[in-house]
Write a protein of this length. Structure first.
Length: 79
């Protein structure tokens, strides 16, 4: 996870300074984001099984968060 934070910090600083990111940085950033999103979705799926029937109701915050996580994991940068 440290590699993720180092890359995020470095590339964000470059962006703020108006510098273009290298193709290698973009590829690394995309791969790290895909990995992080995959782990987040996998973890949510494991936890979701233990939350009971109340969590599946569309009106609950947990259900909305679960759906939002799945939607965000389909972002074009991650697929």
């Amino acid at each position: 996870m440290e590699k993720f934070h180092v890359l995020i910090d470095r590339t964000w600083d470059q962006h703020v300074r108006g510098e273009m990111l290298s193709d290698l940085d973009l590829i690394d950033l995309q791969e790290l984001c895909k990995s992080a999103a995959g782990r987040a979705v996998s973890g949510a799926q494991v936890i979701y099984r233990f939350l009971g029937m109340g969590a599946i109701m569309e009106s609950t915050d947990l259900n909305r968060i679960y759906r939002d996580l799945h939607a965000a994991s389909q972002h074009k940068l991650l697929v």
